[in-house]
Design a protein around this ligand. Structure first.
Ligand code: ATP
Ligand code: MG
Length: 180
Protein backbone atom coordinates (compact mmCIF):
# COMPACT_ATOMS: atom_id res chain seq x y z
CA UNK A 1 0.00 0.00 0.00
CA UNK A 2 1.26 3.48 -0.76
CA UNK A 3 -0.17 6.96 -1.27
CA UNK A 4 -0.45 7.81 -4.98
CA UNK A 5 -2.01 11.23 -5.41
CA UNK A 6 -3.34 13.97 -3.20
CA UNK A 7 -5.57 16.68 -4.66
CA UNK A 8 -6.46 19.77 -2.68
CA UNK A 9 -8.86 22.53 -3.68
CA UNK A 10 -9.82 25.39 -1.39
CA UNK A 11 -7.91 23.72 1.45
CA UNK A 12 -5.91 26.20 3.58
CA UNK A 13 -3.41 28.06 1.36
CA UNK A 14 -4.30 25.96 -1.75
CA UNK A 15 -7.06 28.00 -3.39
CA UNK A 16 -6.76 26.43 -6.85
CA UNK A 17 -6.85 22.69 -7.42
CA UNK A 18 -3.37 21.29 -6.81
CA UNK A 19 -2.31 17.68 -7.23
CA UNK A 20 0.69 16.02 -5.60
CA UNK A 21 1.93 12.72 -6.99
CA UNK A 22 3.83 10.35 -4.74
CA UNK A 23 6.01 7.43 -5.75
CA UNK A 24 6.62 4.44 -3.47
CA UNK A 25 9.39 5.31 -1.04
CA UNK A 26 10.28 8.59 0.57
CA UNK A 27 8.91 11.94 -0.60
CA UNK A 28 10.38 15.21 0.65
CA UNK A 29 8.46 18.48 0.44
CA UNK A 30 10.73 21.49 0.49
CA UNK A 31 10.00 25.20 0.42
CA UNK A 32 10.40 28.49 2.30
CA UNK A 33 8.73 29.11 5.65
CA UNK A 34 5.01 29.64 5.28
CA UNK A 35 4.86 28.21 1.76
CA UNK A 36 2.38 25.46 2.69
CA UNK A 37 4.48 22.35 3.43
CA UNK A 38 2.67 21.57 6.67
CA UNK A 39 -0.66 22.32 4.96
CA UNK A 40 0.02 19.35 2.66
CA UNK A 41 0.41 17.12 5.71
CA UNK A 42 -2.74 18.66 7.25
CA UNK A 43 -4.61 17.78 4.05
CA UNK A 44 -3.49 14.15 4.37
CA UNK A 45 -4.62 13.96 8.00
CA UNK A 46 -7.92 15.70 7.19
CA UNK A 47 -8.92 13.47 4.29
CA UNK A 48 -8.08 10.42 6.41
CA UNK A 49 -10.66 11.57 8.93
CA UNK A 50 -8.93 13.89 11.40
CA UNK A 51 -11.60 15.62 13.51
CA UNK A 52 -9.45 17.77 15.81
CA UNK A 53 -9.22 21.39 14.63
CA UNK A 54 -6.21 21.82 16.91
CA UNK A 55 -4.38 18.88 15.33
CA UNK A 56 -4.98 20.67 12.04
CA UNK A 57 -3.45 23.80 13.59
CA UNK A 58 -6.69 25.77 13.54
CA UNK A 59 -9.24 27.00 16.06
CA UNK A 60 -12.31 25.54 14.39
CA UNK A 61 -12.83 23.12 11.52
CA UNK A 62 -13.89 25.95 9.16
CA UNK A 63 -10.30 27.25 9.34
CA UNK A 64 -9.25 24.60 6.80
CA UNK A 65 -11.25 26.44 4.11
CA UNK A 66 -9.22 28.92 2.03
CA UNK A 67 -9.77 32.20 3.88
CA UNK A 68 -8.72 34.54 1.06
CA UNK A 69 -5.71 36.73 0.46
CA UNK A 70 -5.37 40.36 -0.60
CA UNK A 71 -5.72 39.26 -4.21
CA UNK A 72 -8.23 36.44 -3.90
CA UNK A 73 -11.65 36.13 -2.29
CA UNK A 74 -12.33 33.46 0.35
CA UNK A 75 -13.82 30.20 -0.91
CA UNK A 76 -16.98 28.48 0.25
CA UNK A 77 -15.64 24.95 0.49
CA UNK A 78 -12.51 22.88 1.03
CA UNK A 79 -12.05 19.64 -0.86
CA UNK A 80 -9.31 17.01 -0.54
CA UNK A 81 -9.07 13.64 -2.23
CA UNK A 82 -6.44 10.98 -1.71
CA UNK A 83 -5.78 7.99 -3.96
CA UNK A 84 -4.14 5.02 -2.27
CA UNK A 85 -2.55 2.11 -4.12
CA UNK A 86 -4.15 -0.97 -2.58
CA UNK A 87 -2.43 -3.52 -4.81
CA UNK A 88 -1.41 -5.55 -1.75
CA UNK A 89 -4.94 -5.52 -0.33
CA UNK A 90 -3.91 -3.80 2.91
CA UNK A 91 -7.22 -1.94 2.90
CA UNK A 92 -10.23 -4.24 3.39
CA UNK A 93 -11.94 -3.29 0.12
CA UNK A 94 -11.94 -5.09 -3.20
CA UNK A 95 -10.22 -2.39 -5.27
CA UNK A 96 -6.59 -2.12 -6.34
CA UNK A 97 -6.90 1.64 -6.05
CA UNK A 98 -8.95 3.48 -3.44
CA UNK A 99 -9.85 7.17 -3.55
CA UNK A 100 -11.20 8.76 -0.41
CA UNK A 101 -12.46 12.33 -0.42
CA UNK A 102 -13.78 14.88 2.00
CA UNK A 103 -15.52 18.21 1.41
CA UNK A 104 -16.43 20.83 4.00
CA UNK A 105 -18.80 23.68 3.19
CA UNK A 106 -18.54 27.02 4.93
CA UNK A 107 -22.26 26.69 5.59
CA UNK A 108 -21.36 23.72 7.80
CA UNK A 109 -22.14 20.56 5.84
CA UNK A 110 -19.63 17.81 5.09
CA UNK A 111 -19.42 15.16 2.38
CA UNK A 112 -17.30 12.02 2.35
CA UNK A 113 -16.81 9.48 -0.43
CA UNK A 114 -14.97 6.24 -1.11
CA UNK A 115 -14.31 5.63 -4.83
CA UNK A 116 -16.93 8.23 -5.68
CA UNK A 117 -19.66 6.71 -3.56
CA UNK A 118 -20.97 8.90 -0.77
CA UNK A 119 -20.30 7.51 2.67
CA UNK A 120 -20.01 8.47 6.33
CA UNK A 121 -16.86 9.67 8.09
CA UNK A 122 -17.04 6.45 10.08
CA UNK A 123 -16.78 4.38 6.89
CA UNK A 124 -13.51 6.11 6.00
CA UNK A 125 -12.17 5.72 9.53
CA UNK A 126 -13.07 2.02 9.56
CA UNK A 127 -11.58 1.44 6.12
CA UNK A 128 -8.27 2.87 7.30
CA UNK A 129 -8.22 1.73 10.91
CA UNK A 130 -6.47 -1.62 10.49
CA UNK A 131 -3.90 -0.20 8.09
CA UNK A 132 -2.37 2.03 10.77
CA UNK A 133 -3.83 5.12 9.08
CA UNK A 134 -6.95 6.97 10.15
CA UNK A 135 -8.35 7.93 13.51
CA UNK A 136 -5.91 8.82 16.27
CA UNK A 137 -3.13 8.02 13.91
CA UNK A 138 0.44 8.32 14.96
CA UNK A 139 1.72 7.77 11.46
CA UNK A 140 1.83 11.55 11.09
CA UNK A 141 4.36 13.17 13.35
CA UNK A 142 3.82 16.92 13.27
CA UNK A 143 6.34 19.69 13.79
CA UNK A 144 7.22 19.73 17.51
CA UNK A 145 5.45 16.44 18.19
CA UNK A 146 8.67 14.51 18.71
CA UNK A 147 9.30 16.67 21.79
CA UNK A 148 5.84 15.75 23.06
CA UNK A 149 6.62 12.05 22.72
CA UNK A 150 10.03 12.40 24.34
CA UNK A 151 8.55 14.29 27.31
CA UNK A 152 5.44 12.11 27.66
CA UNK A 153 4.59 10.31 30.90
CA UNK A 154 5.21 6.54 30.86
CA UNK A 155 1.41 6.00 30.62
CA UNK A 156 1.11 8.25 27.56
CA UNK A 157 4.14 6.64 25.99
CA UNK A 158 2.56 3.23 26.47
CA UNK A 159 -0.53 4.61 24.67
CA UNK A 160 1.57 5.65 21.66
CA UNK A 161 3.13 2.18 21.45
CA UNK A 162 -0.19 0.40 21.86
CA UNK A 163 -1.76 2.58 19.20
CA UNK A 164 1.11 1.85 16.80
CA UNK A 165 0.84 -1.87 17.53
CA UNK A 166 -2.91 -1.78 16.92
CA UNK A 167 -3.84 -3.06 20.39
CA UNK A 168 -5.28 0.18 21.81
CA UNK A 169 -8.67 -0.32 20.20
CA UNK A 170 -8.90 -3.81 21.71
CA UNK A 171 -7.95 -2.47 25.16
CA UNK A 172 -10.58 0.31 24.83
CA UNK A 173 -13.21 -2.23 23.79
CA UNK A 174 -12.26 -4.45 26.75
CA UNK A 175 -12.40 -1.54 29.23
CA UNK A 176 -15.85 -0.63 27.93
CA UNK A 177 -17.08 -4.20 28.38
CA UNK A 178 -15.62 -4.52 31.88
CA UNK A 179 -17.32 -1.25 32.94
CA UNK A 180 -20.77 -2.46 31.85
P1 ATP B 1 7.28 26.32 8.03
O1 ATP B 1 8.50 26.07 7.19
O2 ATP B 1 7.38 27.59 8.80
O3 ATP B 1 6.86 25.15 8.83
P2 ATP B 1 5.19 25.69 6.09
O4 ATP B 1 5.70 25.58 4.70
O5 ATP B 1 4.95 24.41 6.83
O6 ATP B 1 6.10 26.66 6.95
P3 ATP B 1 2.38 26.12 6.41
O7 ATP B 1 2.22 26.17 7.89
O8 ATP B 1 2.00 24.88 5.71
O9 ATP B 1 3.86 26.54 6.02
O10 ATP B 1 1.55 27.29 5.72
C1 ATP B 1 1.25 28.47 6.39
C2 ATP B 1 0.54 29.39 5.44
O11 ATP B 1 -0.76 28.86 5.15
C3 ATP B 1 0.34 30.74 6.05
O12 ATP B 1 0.75 31.72 5.10
C4 ATP B 1 -1.14 30.82 6.29
O13 ATP B 1 -1.64 32.12 6.10
C5 ATP B 1 -1.67 29.93 5.20
N1 ATP B 1 -3.00 29.43 5.55
C6 ATP B 1 -3.34 28.60 6.56
N2 ATP B 1 -4.68 28.42 6.61
C7 ATP B 1 -5.19 29.15 5.58
C8 ATP B 1 -6.51 29.39 5.10
N3 ATP B 1 -7.58 28.83 5.67
N4 ATP B 1 -6.65 30.21 4.03
C9 ATP B 1 -5.58 30.78 3.45
N5 ATP B 1 -4.32 30.60 3.84
C10 ATP B 1 -4.11 29.80 4.90
MG1 MG C 1 5.61 23.64 8.62
Amino acid sequence: MHLKTLTVRGFKSFASATTFEFEPGVTAVVGPNGSGKSNVVDALAWVMGEQGAKTLRGGKMEDVIFAGTSGRAPLGRAHVSLTIDNGDGALPIDYAEVTISRTLFRSGGSEYAINGNSCRLLDIQELLSDSGLGREMHVIVGQGQLDRILHATPEDRRGFIEEAAGVLKHRRRREKTVRK
